[in-house]
Design a protein around this ligand. Structure first.
Ligand code: ADP
Length: 450
């Protein structure tokens, strides 16, 4: 087993990884920018190395500095967390070339799934259902119009290099398509340095349902059920739950088998998430994330597994010590992303947290790196914590979540807590009746009364 793991991340996920490593008796190294010298992940790790100034490009994305930190401290593996370098195949290659273990999938699979056009083509060949669309990059307006006529409007223009909902534009008719194409291209170019776009049929009222998979280096590929991440704002997840209120056991087993069969053929290694839109009882692949996800704790609470521990064991060459039939989805879990931003205008709210109290009690988990007196740096994302609640069933989970939200205190800054306190009163939420547009509709109604 590894003796020392370097955690190439910050915030709650750095703490999350630190916790798993500690429980396994593995020493940890934190890396940090000068803006994060006082951060909790730095305080709790065994060692820490400053890797650069505040901008992520010069610190958390600074590959030479991270590799040097590994060499200085003698770390034998790197866990990249999510975001930053976690889906950077070039980084995974370099880590390997330095004789360090990258705790994640094989670089070739990171590369394949990072190109959404190539990914869609590959998974389709492996038997996973995809959204109807242009199965390649769109070269011209004329070609786009031809495809759109075949699949029918509305259509969505999406960036091949996409992520975080950027480079995505909707067109309701041929008249709107050229503008959608050029807007998506320029947004994609600015965000990813790649202006390749493709076309997909726009599904009107789907849910976002994703399947968690886990694969070891001995050929075993299992699924850990689904997460429903339909509650989104600007294509960003806000509230996630497991299991999905829309799936039953046979539907879960069926899609789980399709996904695990496909990833077995691919020779996938590590944890990963296959994301689908679910519409009228049918699944349509949208993308695969080759990393641990922000919302992984809901899966942990319903399966009882520690996904980071499993990632570390898999990277070390150990075999998964359970079978598909051993995985039981028990009860219900919901995660709320607590962001440092206004709950309704979503204006960022960096600054000093004057007061901090995490809720507790049975079935309540708070993953956060915040503390009273902590100053949130303005350079990184706005996530300050995740409140994750488990109950015997969805009802108990909702009741407990409401109680835990009321107990959570974050003083001195604006947070998204009031949004969740309002969401949890809505009949649609209580009934589990929502699609990917529910939250935007709710927010619009709240603002305008319409
Ligand atoms: P990104 O990589 O930018 O996150 P995804 O392909 O994962 O992009 O899509 C993000 C979100 O955008 C989805 O969860 C869904 O809400 C919406 N979306 C994506 N593709 C479609 C589609 N074909 N029809 C309707 N909504 C879509």
């Amino acid at each position: 087993m590894f003796e020392k793991i370097l955690i190439a991340n910050r915030g709650e996920i750095a703490l999350r990884i630190n916790r798993a490593a500690k429980e396994m008796g593995i020493a940890t190294v934190a890396v940090h920018s000068t803006a994060d010298a006082e951060a909790m992940h730095v305080r709790l790790a065994d060692e820490s190395v400053c890797i650069g100034p505040p901008p992520a490009a010069q610190s958390y994305l600074n590959i030479p500095a991270i590799i040097s930190a590994c060499e200085i401290t003698g770390a034998d593996a790197i866990h990249p967390g999510y975001g930053f370098l976690s889906e950077n195949a070039h980084f995974a290659d370099i880590v390997k070339a330095h004789g360090i273990t990258f705790i994640g999938p094989q670089p070739e699979h990171i590369r394949l799934m990072g190109d959404k056009i190539a990914a869609k083509k590959a998974v389709k060949e492996l038997g996973i259902p995809t959204v109807p669309g242009s199965d390649g990059a769109i070269e011209s307006d004329a070609v786009a119009i031809k495809f759109a006529n075949e699949i029918g409007y509305p259509v969505l223009v999406k960036a091949a290099a996409g992520g975080g909902g950027r480079g995505m534009k909707l067109a309701h008719s041929a008249a709107e398509l050229p503008l959608a194409l050029s807007a998506a291209r320029s947004e994609a170019k600015a965000a990813f340095g790649d202006d390749a776009v493709y076309l997909e049929k726009y599904l009107e009222k789907p849910r976002h349902i994703e399947i968690q998979v886990i694969a070891d280096s001995h050929g075993k590929v299992l699924h850990l059920g689904e997460r429903d991440c339909s509650l989104q704002r600007r294509h960003q997840k806000v509230w996630e739950e497991a299991p999905s209120p829309a799936l039953n056991v046979p539907a879960r087993n069926e899609i789980g088998k399709v996904v695990t069969d496909a990833l077995k053929k691919l020779g996938y290694l590590g944890v990963g998430t296959v994301e689908f839109l679910y519409d009228n009882g049918k699944f349509y692949f949208i993308e695969m994330n080759t990393r641990l996800q922000v919302e992984h704790p809901v899966t942990e609470l319903v399966t009882g597994l520690d996904l980071v521990r499993e990632q570390i064991r898999i990277a070390d060459g150990s075999a998964l010590d359970f079978e598909q039939d051993d995985i039981v989805i028990a009860g219900h879990a919901i995660e709320c992303r607590i962001n440092a931003e206004n709950a309704f205008t979503f204006q960022p709210s960096p600054g000093r947290i004057s007061d901090f109290h995490a809720p507790g009690g049975l079935g309540v988990r708070m993953d956060s790196a915040a503390y009273a007196g902590y100053r949130i740096p303005p350079y990184y994302d706005s996530l300050i914590g995740k409140l994750i609640v488990h109950g015997k069933n969805r009802n108990e989970c909702l009741m407990r979540l409401r109680r835990a939200l009321d107990e959570l205190v974050v003083g001195g800054i604006d947070t998204t807590i009031p949004l969740f306190q309002e969401m949890i009163k809505q009949p649609d939420i209580l009934d589990g009746e929502y699609d990917i547009h529910w939250l935007e509709r709710f927010l619009a109604y709240r603002m305008t009364g319409r």
